[in-house]
Design a protein around this ligand. Structure first.
Ligand code: ADP
Ligand code: MG
Length: 626
């Protein structure tokens, strides 16, 4: 560790973020104060937590609080806390790099369009760096709790490419962040302006926040907030705006939450929870490893961020806090995991969230927004959370042949409500995308009989249908499987009879395609197409197979079943074909097309093209010689 003044460069991502942020967040600039107050409050929380084990850390200055000092003459605003502070190394790490994984990818999504970027950055959370929206220089002086006065550090930067760091003496524990405001941001050195912002951003914080105006007649701190943690107040005393503000403090999200639920549980175990459903998905929702979870307090003392033990993984988008009266103050992640109370709390909190979602589902438009943001992770619930399967199933939304739109907005109840009398199945098709699904030959019969089919095109859907095999007494049926027994065909013919009637043709095709198909059958699901392929009832769905193979898994070979439409003229032509070469080529083409139609890749596309070329040359017989 060196004492001298050093100049260090920001990590590339920080440099990019700073530029983008100053540009795109200008119209939200006052949020810097929320971020700085939130950091100061986190620092006080952390000190209180460390002092549980080492009370001496807090001895010299026991009353935790935050002061904001404005000085109009100097054009500065300072946020001062007596929290945990930072050592030299911590300062370099915390204020010179961004620790979130995926940051580089995230920054690439920025387009330069202010509104778009502001929205993205809002999900990302800008934190400390937002100070540079209004300041052209920021000075941070800090002393880590437990370190000597002369181990304090000063960090300073103009928010361009670099910062300086040097050791200083500092009697006070904690951190002072001083913003040297840009010339046209002098309003943030005006006490009346800043006071209203502090009220807005800190009233729910459990530490006193004071304001001092250096240019006032009497220079003395004035406590501005009520300093009671919001969740400790009674529900009826908290306004919607306060709940929303607290959410923004917790989540660093710019937009309002969709919903929240604030509860106190009393009796055998006592705890308070405040849970929020965000309006937008965080940038790293897809990362199942990203930090997530609730903020845990025990008897109002902050214990940890991202306590993931309280909610299942598929509810990772939920934000909030839990404040327990029963857990020990020294609870660690490991101890928490083993705590016998945990499972009960987790079940109750999960139910709370599902109830919130159910309430939201009553408003179709609101729920659609939620579904678009979080639908895919909710689907993970069907796979992971069997206990809540029924509740989760009601929350699902699908695209279906009924609406014919590429929008997931139909519930299973909608489907069941429309089902014909006596229909004991819910039909679905798995496909790569909406266009492949809606035009799949597998749907032809179902469409012509007016049977609705769910169009499942998300990667997770194959697992979803494994987890959800029936709903309200109706079995979910994959329309691309062998045994699709449609209700009462009306033609009085059963499969065996049909296959028997066309035995010669089926055997002839089977002989030609024996390398490529398991068997050939007469189809009862086609109307307009000559053929389709289906999976045997024990085989993997082809969609699942493609996904597994794409992810590098080696699977045992399995051949599809080819179904042919004996009413179709192409099949008619096949059965009248006397030339063996042409019969062979045509059979292969029929199979190739069936595979292409379901979204499969051909094993040998070049061979297909060659066959097709040959076929096109000779298809007209002697016609073009004429
Ligand atoms: P976040 O708060 O989301 O982690 P920030 O950019 O706001 O991101 O802050 C980065 C880190 O800098 C914090 O995680 C914390 O470790 C440290 N930090 C910021 N402000 C303070 C402060 N006032 N006291 C102690 N540490 C701080
Ligand atoms: Mg922060």
């Amino acid at each position: 560790m060196s004492d001298q003044r050093e100049t260090l460069g920001f990590q590339t991502e920080v440099r990019q973020l700073l530029q983008l942020m100053i540009h795109s967040l200008y119209s939200n600039k006052e949020i810097f104060l929320r971020e700085l107050i939130s950091n100061a409050s986190d620092a006080a929380d952390k000190l209180r937590f460390e002092a549980l084990a080492k009370p001496e850390l807090q001895d010299d200055d026991a009353d935790l609080g935050i002061s904001i000092i404005v000085d109009k003459d100097q054009r500065t605003l300072s946020v001062v806390d007596n929290g945990i502070g930072m050592s030299r190394d911590e300062l370099i790490d915390n204020l010179g790099t961004i620790a979130k994984s995926g940051t580089a990818e995230f920054l690439q999504q920025m387009t330069g369009d202010k509104k778009h970027d502001a929205h993205l950055i809002g999900q990302f959370g800008v934190g400390f760096y937002s100070a540079f929206i209004v300041a052209d220089k920021v000075t941070v002086e800090s002393r880590r709790a437990g370190l000597d006065n002369d181990a304090a550090v000063r960090w300073e930067s103009e928010g361009q490419g670099e910062f300086t760091i040097e050791n200083i003496e500092r009697a006070e524990r904690g951190t002072r962040v001083t913003l040297h405001l840009k010339e046209d941001e002098a309003e943030f050195a005006e006490s009346f302006r800043v006071e209203s912002l502090i009220r807005k951003y800190s009233d729910h914080i459990g530490f006193p926040v004071s304001l001092t105006d250096q240019n006032a007649e009497k220079v003395e701190p004035k406590i501005v907030n009520s300093a009671t943690a919001l969740w400790t107040r009674s529900r009826t005393d908290v306004s919607d705006d306060e709940y929303k503000e607290f959410y923004k403090h917790l989540s660093h999200d710019f937009s309002d939450p969709l919903s929240w639920s604030h509860n106190r549980v009393e009796g055998k175990r006592e705890y308070t929870s405040l849970l929020y459903i965000p309006g937008t998905a965080p940038f790293d929702l897809w990362n199942r490893e990203a930090p997530r979870g609730l903020k845990l307090y025990v008897q109002r003392v902050f214990i940890m961020d991202d306590a993931e033990q309280f909610l299942p993984l598929y509810l990772r988008f939920v934000k909030g806090i839990v404040d327990s009266s029963d857990l020990p103050l020294n609870v660690s992640r490991e101890l928490l995991q083993q705590n016998p109370e945990l499972a009960t709390m987790r079940n109750a909190l999960t139910r709370r969230v599902l109830d919130m979602l159910k309430k939201l589902a009553a408003d179709k438009d609101d729920y659609q927004k939620l579904w678009n943001e979080f639908g895919q992770v909710l689907k993970e619930g069907l796979v992971e959370d069997h206990a809540n399967k029924d509740k989760l199933a009601k929350l699902l939304r699908f695209a279906t042949t009924h609406t014919g739109k590429d929008t997931q907005d139909q519930s299973l109840d909608d489907y069941v409500g429309r089902a014909a009398e006596g229909q004991d199945k819910i039909y679905y098709i798995l496909a790569e995308n909406y266009a492949t699904a809606i035009s799949s030959p597998h749907l032809e019969q179902l469409k012509s009989r007016g049977l609705e089919v769910l169009l499942l095109t998300d990667r997770i859907d194959a697992w979803l249908t494994d987890g959800l095999s029936e709903y309200e007494g109706k079995t979910l049926v994959d329309v691309a499987r062998e045994a699709l027994d449609l209700p009462d065909d009306g033609d009085g013919k059963d499969q065996d009879k049909l296959d028997e009637d066309h035995k010669a043709l089926l055997e002839k095709i089977e002989a030609v395609l024996s390398e490529r198909v398991e068997s050939v059958k007469v189809s009862r699901r086609l109307v307009d197409s000559p053929a389709c392929v289906v999976a045997g009832d024990q085989d993997l769905n082809p969609q699942v197979r493609r996904m597994l193979e794409a992810s590098g898994q080696k699977l045992p070979e399995s051949k599809p079943i080819l179904e042919i439409n004996v009413e179709h003229p192409i099949v008619g032509r096949l059965s009248g074909e006397a030339d063996d070469g042409r019969f062979n080529a045509l059979s292969n083409i029929v199979l190739d097309h069936a595979l292409l139609a379901e979204g499969s890749q051909l094993d040998n596309p070049a061979e297909y093209v060659q066959r097709m070329n040959e076929f096109m040359l000779h298809a007209n017989g002697g016609a073009d010689n004429g």
